[in-house]
Design a protein around this ligand. Structure first.
Ligand code: CP
Length: 297
């Protein structure tokens, strides 16, 4: 075995034999690019928008599956800075042959086109306001743990529903599980959504629901934040211990995170025995592990 230079900073100290040996090794590795064990298998975690829970739970799930995470936190220190597009970044990472590509990105990115072009599964980890399917699945799983039978259960989603990719995925998912969905919030936060019950009054919604999920006010998607999510909003639609007296004692309280404390949810709610927000985070690891195993095993 030739002894290679301790570090590879330039090629001055590589012999031609060493280079030929590297070519041979690369050829062997390429021929066995689908190893039978998880050794050498990777997963690309491409986050072009900020994330804590989704990114880290996919990372944790990847380790549990034996997949090595290739993490891309889009922004400084990536070639996006040099003008490379998100689409080109995804195509280039795909060329490195991970088993799965997980992507969080803005609405404008043509994920569906890329998914059709690339022969590697792409998992949406939050796509603009279009959807966040793995979040909806972990929320539903949290409800399943609480109620076992989800048929005819009622989920009330409160807050900035119009700008929520989580809500968009729930509108797809919940009918498949025979869960009824209600929405509650001021008019400017409510979408035109067929098949859901609309509550203008939080107390009435809470009396109706088995599970309630508060959504983050998406400050980054509003110009006039103070008017949209100020004191009046908090008074009418914020979850707190007082208003939750109207909610059933065996119901569950959820929030996909991150929380705007004191706006859509008072911190005191986190100590309510019905609150499952941290359980949702834990469940995120296992739901995502289950998904990854479906895609690569
Ligand atoms: N719920 C969720 O998507 O959280 P992150 O933005 O932290 O991933």
């Amino acid at each position: 075995m030739p002894t290679y230079p301790k570090s590879l900073l330039d090629l001055q100290f590589y012999s031609s034999q060493q280079i030929r040996d590297l070519f041979l090794k690369a050829t062997q590795l390429k021929r066995t690019s689908a190893p039978t064990s998880s050794l050498g298998k990777t997963i690309a975690l491409l986050f072009f928008e900020p994330s804590t829970r989704t990114r880290m739970s996919f990372e944790s799930a990847a380790y549990r599956c034996g997949l090595g995470p290739m993490i891309f936190d889009g922004g400084p220190n990536t070639s996006l800075e040099k003008g490379e597009t998100v689409e080109d970044s995804i195509l280039n990472v795909a060329a490195m042959k991970p088993q799965i590509i997980v992507v969080r990105c803005k609405d404008e990115v043509q994920l569906n086109k890329l998914a059709a072009e690339i022969d590697i599964p792409i998992i949406n980890a939050g796509w603009g306001v279009k959807g966040h399917p793995t979040q909806a699945l972990l929320d539903a799983y949290t409800m399943f743990e609480a109620f076992t039978n989800l048929e005819s259960k009622k989920l009330l989603i409160v807050g900035d529903i119009r700008h929520s990719r989580v809500a968009a995925s729930h509108f797809e998912l919940m009918p498949k599980l025979s869960v009824e969905v209600g929405i509650c919030g001021p008019d400017h936060f409510l979408p035109e959504q067929a098949g859901v019950k609309v509550f203008k009054n939080l107390q009435l919604g809470l009396q109706w629901a088995d599970a309630v999920m508060a959504l983050r006010v998406q400050f980054e998607r509003h110009a006039d934040v103070q008017n949209l999510a100020g004191l009046e909003y908090k008074k009418k639609f914020g979850l707190n211990s007082k208003c939750l007296e109207a909610f059933r004692s065996d119901g569950i309280i959820m929030h996909p995170g991150p929380i705007n404390h004191g706006i859509e949810l008072e911190t005191e709610v986190l100590s309510d025995p019905r609150c499952k927000i941290m359980q949702q985070v834990t469940n995120g690891v296992f739901i995502r592990e289950a998904i990854l195993r479906e895609y690569y095993e």
